[in-house]
Design a protein around this ligand. Structure first.
Ligand SMILES: [Zn+2]
Length: 425
């Protein structure tokens, strides 16, 4: 008799899925053919584990940029690669090499063959092979990069430049994009609304903010005059010549006001808003800034916005559990989570079945900027979901048929509904 995991996995392995978050080049011919296999495979996340394992920053820079033979590059990273091979980041790469090219993971004996395969992959059809044929992804929500290949992507709109502008050049860009000359604070607010509506007219399916990388997620209510007082200083460096970068500094009250402005617009339109919460990629950030609990006032004040909270809020996944339980408009998005920690993802799902309605969870978003790893991530996600559901079947809570139904809800039905994709595919 096959185990409940095997029976659930047999179903989950064949499921068509929605990918809630990607950073891939919007067209496959925009992939960088100059990168070799090591440079490409460590691009997004694995280089962080290599550094964490002890690879010196200067050596990592050499691996990423200096012209040197592939095997020399491998010898530099190999000791650290072995130490990080079993993290989620490492596992996704081994699964990709195996599943896409039939190689025995990424190691000394396979790295040259992987490099050859990657070189051959720079031709039309690689996106189709990885995203559709091998990964059964119906559609991926793409962060940035408009326009994009609509066979694979729907775009998500980022309006953070209105919240946290940094240069005068950005203001001029906004003028060009929206047709609004920024002469007053009213103009700034109007340009923001026009940028939103232009994005929606171009087919964007949701909003996204990654500002938890730069500031706290606590957006307080502030009076308009306070934001306008900061806006006055937009013009302090307007007289700089074009060969000097002119900067803008906005304080927290300005940012808070603008996020509330955007949320009001999103609320009027009944939009879904993706927020980065939890772990920040890279080194040395302030994890407390990205605690999803800090968004609670927004959940209450914008009840018609669907808040799609990224990365299971890791390591605040239990906080997110309570938020999603308490607020009708808060959803759990597992993008990036399955490779941050496979076990944390499985444990969280086991607990969510006990605490959160089944309609609140989207099971997968690969969050990669190179396509091969999307395969490894979705495979890991399918295994993790099957493991969590098998745990509940073995407890006797429901049977395998119900587990399969839940897997389809999480991988397909929920993201279709949360992002209202039905009419947009
Ligand atoms: Zn991302």
């Amino acid at each position: 008799m096959p185990s409940s995991y095997d029976r659930i996995m047999a179903y989950v392995a064949e499921l068509d899925i929605i990918d809630t978050h990607e950073h891939l080049p919007p067209f496959e011919d925009q992939r960088d053919p100059a990168l070799d296999a090591i440079q490409e495979y460590i691009m997004d996340y694995f280089n962080r584990d290599l550094r964490s394992a002890g690879l010196a920053p200067a050596e990592l820079e050499r691996v990423k940029r200096e012209p040197m033979p592939l095997m020399d590059r491998w010898r530099l990273v190999a000791p650290y690669w072995e130490l990080a091979r079993y993290t989620g980041y490492g596992r996704a790469l081994d699964i990709s090499a195996r599943g896409l090219y039939g190689l025995d993971g990424v190691q000394e004996s396979t790295i040259e063959a992987l490099n050859g395969a990657l070189r051959c992959s720079h031709q039309p059809g690689h996106y189709e092979y990885v995203l559709k044929t091998k990964s059964s992804i119906v559609i991926s929500l793409l962060d940035g990069g408009r326009p994009s290949d609509q066979r694979y992507f729907r775009n998500v709109l980022n309006l953070d430049v209105f919240v946290f502008p940094k240069t005068v050049a950005q203001v001029h860009n906004i003028e060009a994009q929206t047709g609004v000359r920024i002469c007053s604070f009213d103009d700034w607010l109007q340009a923001c609304e026009i940028a939103l509506d232009l994005g929606l007219a171009e087919g964007c399916v949701a909003l996204k903010s990654p500002l938890a990388y730069q500031r706290s997620l606590h957006y307080q209510r502030v009076p308009r005059w306070q934001a306008e007082e900061t806006f006055v200083h937009f013009f302090d460096q307007f007289h700089f010549p074009d060969w000097l970068e002119a900067y803008i500094q906005v304080d927290k009250p300005f940012q808070d006001y603008m996020m509330h402005h955007i949320l009001r617009l999103a609320n009027q339109r009944g939009l879904t808003f993706q927020f980065h919460t939890g772990l920040q990629n890279g080194t040395g950030n302030l994890i407390a800034n990205s605690n999803p609990e800090l968004l609670s006032n927004l959940f209450l004040q914008y009840p018609d916005v669907r808040f799609d909270l990224f990365h299971i809020g890791y390591p605040y996944q239990h906080v997110l559990s309570a938020l999603s339980k308490n607020y009708r408009n808060v959803y759990i998005d597992m993008c990036w989570a399955h490779i941050i920690s496979p076990q944390a993802s499985i444990s969280a799902m086991v607990e969510w079945i006990d605490s959160v309605p089944l309609s609140k969870i989207s099971a997968f978003g690969a969050d990669y900027s190179f396509v091969d790893a999307v395969y490894g991530h979705q495979q890991l996600a399918r295994e993790n979901v099957a493991r969590a559901l098998a745990c509940k079947v073995d407890e006797g809570l429901f049977d395998v048929d119900k587990a399969c139904e839940i897997a389809k809800l999480w991988f397909y039905d929920n993201p279709m509904r949360i992002f209202q994709l039905e009419a947009k595919l």
